[in-house]
Ligand binder design. Structure first.
Ligand SMILES: NC(=O)c1ccc[n+]([C@@H]2O[C@H](COP(=O)([O-])OP(=O)(O)OC[C@H]3O[C@@H](n4cnc5c(N)ncnc54)[C@H](O)[C@@H]3O)[C@@H](O)[C@H]2O)c1
Length: 399
């Protein structure tokens, strides 16, 4: 390992940390729509059958959550490394285990596929599930190219099912508060956005460092979702990415050559004079997880002509919003209350939408747009040019 390389996160450490953050913030294992604060009425006795594919690191966070929901019945798990699926099945008492998506789709019936495979596998797995008439909750991004993502959305429409991509940021109460504050004009015209999310990289799987992986798809995606969600669809993008370490050591494959972005800076033009930037990477000391501070550090800032908002903690695990404006010159923390929100609660959230008919705040159109912004960043790095963005989504999300 290069001496300049920050310490990568180990699998157990990361799970422990995320559980600790969740607990510290008082996040419950239930997730609710940000549109109302009342518990949605689920039809009595109605359950959705669920299959989860991809039994790697993040499945260790998803499964404890989804197996606790009274309206979800997790009937199958699958992984191309069958021992991983068998272990998860034993750990979470899941009755059916499959070694690939084809056998899974031919096996025990289920309604919703949760796709937590590695990013390059998202598209082929999502496509097969949609063709088989299953709803899909996909980890981000749902596909690596716009063409493939559009194909998935068309397939879903044709087969009368849905596909929703992670992340879940727009369902947090803190996101709702920030979006409504911007819409109210309380901070004047929101002109500037800043987002940051990075750490030293992960230790467990090589694909994170190869084409189809990278820090922008894995980490920057949260800030791109939040900033476009708050400030509006992007019109154009400028970006730079670098590789800092020629190789990385990982648990599954030893030493791998790094071919995906490790250090990324992205500038987004939202139109009407509004700009934002996102900094993300696998090459930085993770000061956000240091213990012993009074409050979580800021990771998202929104500056307006008459005020400013700063998000405490990550946008996928927020702890409150500090706000100051012309009439109130003191930074005050809002929406500090424990959120009925969980970063692995996306599949639960969309399952509730399916069961209750509630409209999802997470949409494939927003996921497609975020993918276009990220790919435009890569294109800008390749060409040295500013790149236009064509897709859009329903905005504002609140207000
Ligand atoms: N690890 C985290 O904390 C975390 C957090 C948020 C989101 N995510 C996202 O979750 C996804 C998975 O991340 P991870 O860290 O668990 O990766 P991982 O490498 O630990 O696990 C991926 C698993 O998918 C399996 N897999 C790959 N292709 C498959 C296929 N075609 N069919 C069946 N199984 C297949 C692999 O064998 C592996 O077990 C990624 O999109 C990642 O960005 C991860």
């Amino acid at each position: 390992m290069n001496a300049n390389q920050p310490t990568p996160m180990r699998r157990r450490e990361f799970l422990k940390e995320t559980v600790a953050v969740t607990t510290a913030l008082g996040l419950s294992h239930r997730v609710f729509a940000a549109t109302d604060d009342t518990e949605p009425k689920l039809p009595e006795g109605k359950k959705l059958k669920v299959g989860l594919i991809g039994c790697g690191n993040v499945s260790g966070s998803y499964l404890p959550h989804i197996t606790k929901q009274p309206f979800l019945d997790v009937v199958a798990v699958c992984d191309i490394i069958p021992s991983r699926a068998e272990n998860r099945a034993k750990q979470f008492k899941v009755p059916n285990v499959y070694p690939n998506i084809d056998e899974m789709l031919r096996g025990v019936p289920f309604d919703l596929l949760i796709n937590t495979t590695s990013m390059p596998s998202h598209f082929p797995v999502n496509e097969k599930a949609l063709r088989a008439g299953r709803h899909v909750w996909s980890e981000k991004p749902m596909a690596l190219t716009l063409k493939d993502a559009r194909l998935l959305m068309d397939l879903a429409k044709r087969n009368h099912v849905h596909i929703w991509p992670a992340p879940t940021c727009v369902t947090s109460p803190q996101f709702k508060f920030m979006a409504e504050t911007i819409a109210s004009g309380r901070i004047g015209k929101a002109t500037v956005g800043r987002g940051t999310y990075g750490h030293g990289g992960v230790s467990w799987s090589g694909w994170f460092y190869e084409k189809g992986g990278g820090s922008l798809y894995d980490l920057g995606v949260y800030n791109v979702t939040t900033l476009t969600g708050l400030l509006g669809p992007a019109k154009a993008v400028v970006g730079m990415t670098t590789i800092v370490n020629p190789t990385r050591k990982v648990e599954d494959r030893g030493e791998v050559k790094v071919t995906a972005d490790e250090n990324t800076m992205l500038i987004i033009d939202h139109g009407n004079g509004v700009l934002s930037n996102v900094q993300t990477g696998f090459v930085q000391f993770d000061n956000y997880r240091l213990p012993g501070r009074e409050r979580q550090l800021y990771t998202v800032d929104i500056l307006g002509t008459k005020g400013a908002m700063h998000l405490q903690g990550w946008d996928w695990g927020p702890a409150g919003v500090d706000i100051a404006h012309e009439e109130e010159h003191v930074l005050e923390t809002q929406v500090r209350e424990p959120a009925r929100y969980n970063w692995v609660g996306g599949a639960t959230y969309v399952a509730e939408c399916l069961l209750t008919g509630k409209t999802s705040l997470i949409t494939p159109e927003h996921g497609l747009h975020v993918l276009e912004v990220m790919n435009a960043c890569h294109e800008s790095q390749r060409t040295g040019r500013r790149v236009s963005v064509e897709t859009s989504f329903r905005w504002p999300i609140f207000g």
